[in-house]
Write a protein of this length. Structure first.
Length: 165
């Protein structure tokens, strides 16, 4: 298993991974079939991220397939350019194998080099596995976003979590 920065030619595999995650878990933002991203748009997005100083997508590759990712997305606005918002997705078949921890280590190494000071994310309050991972790698709950999402016709709270480097 290898962790690396995404490449432009990963666009199709990354888009397929995202769609597969939409299908197999309810912990991601998109519902099955809701993602309308085209291959061209995905390619452009990856190219834009790679040309940025404060955004990156790290992918986990196993057996020649992309099986997970961690996206760190920053802004060029002066007041928040020290911060990135994080999105993580790992295929169910590969969870519990340390991939998440390795993705976060890669993120931290990159963030320190980019002078990123704040890592932040949200997690559904009932996503115990992800919450445990985030706590393990040093994130702390900063607040609760009540009724943040609707999943299966039920309101779901999210925790705001962050880690300062």
């Amino acid at each position: 298993m290898m962790i690396r920065n995404i490449k432009v030619d990963d666009a199709e595999r990354f888009l397929n991974l995202s769609k597969q995650l939409d299908e197999e878990t309810k912990f991601m933002l998109y519902e099955p079939g809701e993602r309308k991203t085209t291959l061209e748009a995905q390619t452009e997005r990856i190219s834009s991220i790679l040309s940025s100083n404060n955004s990156m997508i790290f992918v986990a590759e196993a057996d020649g397939e992309i099986v997970g990712y961690l996206g760190a997305f920053g802004s060029d606005l002066n007041r928040i350019k020290h911060s990135v918002h994080i999105v993580v997705g790992i295929l169910q078949k590969y969870t519990g194998q340390g991939i998440g921890s390795k993705l976060f280590q890669e993120l931290e190494d990159w963030a320190r080099k980019q002078h990123i000071h704040r890592l932040e994310l949200t997690v559904m309050s009932h996503n115990q596995a992800a919450f445990a991972l985030y706590k393990k790698v040093g994130f702390e709950v900063e607040g609760i976003k009540k009724h943040s999402l609707i999943v299966d016709d039920e309101y779901v709270d999210e925790y705001y979590m962050a880690k300062l480097l």
